[in-house]
Design a protein around this ligand. Structure first.
Ligand code: 2U9
Length: 357
């Protein structure tokens, strides 16, 4: 009996896993197990011996059973420990930073400009980027002999041989959008047209595709004074300064008469641009009173209505506001460039802070 006890308790202590324990349980306590066989032998024993042997066998059975359970629990604990060790996580580790996208400066500035004019009652209009040469040129009082209509300035769409319909072009400005708005809505009208435009130009400061916002206001008695107020109001809001000073320089555009290029008072000190102060002037946009022929092309009677119009280049405005000195930041759409120049949609450097970077 002692031998059996030592054999099984020792084997149970040494059992490596649950399967080994189960094998031991069957070998000892199973139907044909050693203990069970011994129980069966009790029947042939002398009653006096049987009683003592039976009690001892029952105790041994209980001991083996208890040892099996204890070992099973110990194995389960060890397995759990093992798993916890393997699956341990350091929840105090810092997170891995995720690379976030940013809004492109051109989109950002387009939205800013649009919002400012929307506050002044201008609706936003859009139109096709491939235009007939009538909408892009004739309607805007740009005659066929004008340099802009020569092959080297404008992208003309190819026509099949023998197709002699008037040419289509990649629009060179967003002005055709306003012609369409005049035709659709008539006067009075206040509309801005943001969008892509195309010119055959490619150097340090020009890209063949760039972005404009043009504005047009038509009413019964609009004047340059109204134009001046609208542009001043825009500049205060856009450059986030209380006071701006604008200088209107006489110029010429076919679609406006009179025409003016508009400069803003600024200073450049230590490479930092400050708007509204200093001795410098920087050109920021073009403008004028809409030419009567252009009003007529839009179906609006120039004897009854006047209009003012302006146009600004978004790419340059974005570079000024966010201190981006290089066009590569734009046409490569490269986040490395944008980050390099400190542009992040959630951390906007202002004109005064941003350019010092
Ligand atoms: C209509 C009538 C008149 C829009 C105007 C300018 C002056 C101008 C330039 C600014 C920088 C183009 O992107 S740029 O190179 N634009 O100087 N644009 S007046 O005049 C219009 C528009 C539409 C029907």
């Amino acid at each position: 009996m002692d031998e059996l006890k030592q054999k099984y308790l020792g084997a149970i202590t040494d059992a490596a896993d649950e399967q080994a324990l189960e094998d031991l349980r069957i070998a000892a306590l199973g139907k044909k197990g050693e203990i069970s066989l011994k129980m069966r032998e009790l029947g042939q024993m002398d009653p006096a011996v049987r009683q003592a042997a039976g009690a001892a066998l029952n105790r041994l059975k209980d001991e083996i059973d208890a040892a099996l359970r204890a070992k099973k629990a110990a194995l389960a604990d060890a397995a759990l420990d093992e798993r916890l060790k393997a699956e341990w996580l350091d929840v105090t580790l810092p997170g891995r930073p995720r690379r976030m996208g940013t809004i492109h400066p051109v989109s950002q500035v387009t939205e800013e400009v649009t919002a400012i004019f929307a506050d002044m009652g201008f609706a936003v209009a859009e139109g096709p980027q491939i235009e007939s040469d009538w909408y892009n040129f004739d309607a805007l009082n740009i005659p066929p002999e004008h340099p802009a209509r020569q092959e080297h300035d404008t992208f003309f769409m190819a026509r099949a041989e023998g197709d002699d319909r008037p040419p289509h072009v990649l629009r060179t400005h967003t002005s055709p959008v306003q012609i369409r708005a005049m035709q659709t809505h008539g006067a009075p009208l206040r509309v801005i047209a943001p969008g892509r435009v195309y010119r055959m130009d490619m150097d340090q400061t020009h890209t063949p595709m760039f972005h404009q916002v043009e504005g047009l206001a038509i009413d019964r008695d609009l004047s340059m004074a109204n134009l001046k107020w609208v542009l001043e109001e825009f500049c205060r809001a856009f450059f986030e300064v209380d006071q701006v000073e604008l200088r209107f320089r006489a110029s010429h555009f076919p679609f406006t008469e009179p025409s003016a290029e508009v400069d803003i008072r600024c200073s450049w000190e230590g490479g930092q641009l400050k708007i509204g102060e200093g001795d410098g002037w920087m050109e920021i946009l073009g403008s004028g009173m809409v030419h009567p022929k252009v009003l007529a092309a839009g179906g609006i009677d120039p004897n009854e209505w006047q209009g003012f119009a302006f146009g600004l280049g978004i790419d340059r405005l974005a570079m000024l506001k966010y201190g981006i000195p290089d066009l590569r930041a734009f046409f490569e759409s490269d986040l490395r460039w944008l980050r390099h120049y400190g542009f992040a949609s959630l951390d906007l450097p202002t004109v005064h802070g941003g350019l010092s970077r």
